[in-house]
Design a protein around this ligand. Sequence first.
Ligand code: 5GP
Ligand code: ZN
Length: 136
Amino acid sequence: MTDCIFCRIVSGQIPCAKVYEDDHVLAFLDINPLMPGHTLLIPKKHVETLFEMTPQEAAACGAALQKVAAAVFKGTDAEGMNILQNNYEISGQEIFHVHFHLMPRKSGDGFKVPWPAKKYGPGEMEAVLEKILQAF
Ligand code: 5GP
Ligand code: ZN
């Protein structure tokens, strides 16, 4: 896909600070990092969201994710790590080529994931569980 920034990075048309590469996966530093070492991991094949990936493609990303996350964690002397993957605009996805954000965390880094936890009303948990189970 020539109009996709991440496909252009894969093909070498746009440079990147490469962190990791194998046959199926590329990882590179985010150009606008939330903190030093903020890394993006992508499948080399253009796929818009997680839902369009084959199990094999998802597995290749999963295996590389663990390996790259460990190196980013160690290499940045992190104390923790958030991994985020946005699907569709509502979730904050801006580049429509699957990517995982690897965000190494340190105390005092000022980064906070909003987490406005709620409570289920009567029967709500059972109802949503039933719908999810029927969707497999
Ligand atoms: P999204 O909001 O889609 O989950 O995240 C897209 C990410 O891609 C953003 O964090 C943004 O900084 C990063 N990004 C956008 N364009 C480029 C680019 O040309 N090179 C690199 N390395 N990162 C990019
Ligand atoms: Zn692409």
